[in-house]
Design a protein. Sequence first.
Length: 180
Amino acid sequence: MEQGTDMVRAGPWLELYQELSARDPAGLDATELEALAEAAWWLCRTGESIAARHRAHAAFRRAGDDRGAARTAARLFHDHFYRGETAVAVGWLRRGFRHVERDPGCREHGWLECARAELHLHQGPLDRAAGHADPTRLAALVEAAGFADVTTGTVTATYRFASLDQGGHWLRDVAPSSPP
């Protein structure tokens, strides 16, 4: 466990965090703010992560990117929910669903449905959590979200991160074969 913690703190998340947090926040676009939030989260800088994610959500909205706004709203749901801020979390969940109304089959909609099921799971009996989704539709959304291959039962969720070159340009997305 200690080795894993050291790898996260010294690895690509730290590099990404250092690169993005050293830049003027006003010059970061929505995707860069989202990456900064994710890197800060992995480095246990929760307050910074949530603040960057709030700025990312606003930037996605300004850019008219509903899926990006929905994605950050889903993450803000989790950020606030696990801090015990249920009312705030539910507000972010509802906001996320408003962003995907025109694209109900998108990956972000699947993330939001999983978050809603998670909320209900924590609020009461399992049948209540399961009762909020048509199993066929939920299976399709879980697969669309990239969490699993429903036909084979294979879990496919990965943690993604990006690398920047010295000029701040995206080099690549890397999806490790197993989560860190």
